[in-house]
Design a binder for this molecule. Sequence first.
Ligand code: SF4
Ligand code: SF4
Length: 335
Amino acid sequence: MEYRVLGKTGLKISRMGFGGIPIQKIDAEGTKNLMEQLLAEGVNYIDTARAYTVSEEYLGYALQGIRQNFILATKSMARTAEAMAKDIDLSLQKLQTDYIDLYQIHNPNAKDFDAVQAPGGALEALRAAREAGKIGHIGITLHAVDLFEKAVELPWVETIMFPYNIVETQGEELIAKCAEKNIGFICMKPLAGGAIDDATTALRFIAANPNVTVVIPGMAEEKEIGQNVAAISNTAPLTEAEQAKIKEIRDFLGTNFCRRCNYCTPCSAGINISMIFLIEGYFSRYNLKEWAETRYRNLEKKASDCIECGVCETRCPYNLPIRQMMQNAKEVFGE
Ligand code: SF4
Ligand code: SF4
């Protein structure tokens, strides 16, 4: 396993980290098995979030006795100092630790981006927590390029997490800027939220970019760990066959692929547009039909609620045929 320094934090981390979203689908004991395998494979970076329901809790259980071997990162959607202070304490409690290495502001939109840095904003609590020794470093996670552009210029930002994969390369120049400015770049969504099924090619593509400090594929099965470690550890240049595969993936997902940037919001009918497409992708492209069905049935608004006003399409920077895609989701799930 290759190790890198995570920008200004100075933390030495494995090039592949562990994305803690999918463990919501397993249990605490299963998470413990994964942690033991990560340790054996030399993976030392773990990412989770307050928003990932039981993820922090499972990790807290799984890391008992081995916590010191890992660099632990989490994040919160809190936007005020008061809410962030509470979330930091809650993360410490759920993770069963007295110290979190990296705490991130989780995906603020344009309005929140300013609010978190204003007096009384979340950043205040993060700085206080760092002074109190509860956390080590402060980062931010984003989905929009314009906010990435701003974040890279902010002196308090030690790490930035942003989507980067074969079909989402919109952040590439800014990722290079992170390297120039010694900001650790954490690559999220390496498989484009599950849209890319060839994990090896997807991870090889990311590892070929020297400006990516760490990539954090979500994993819930032990076999995925070995496969992903092998892909990241292979430092040979991309072969012609791999380049062809990358092109094939781009052609397949092409223009009708939702990047989950949420510029299309708000929907006139209250539909969570990107969530519908994400779940539909899991259902149609992967063997996660039952899981996708359950998530879809739990949505308050379904694709069938679309009134075909078309407002979302005027906002989508990728010109996606959202109404047509809603119709498709409605046919897939029957409502
Ligand atoms: S439909 Fe378009 S605007 Fe909406 S989340 Fe997807 S890519 Fe972004
Ligand atoms: S076209 Fe459908 S999905 Fe788009 S904003 Fe209107 S109701 Fe929402």
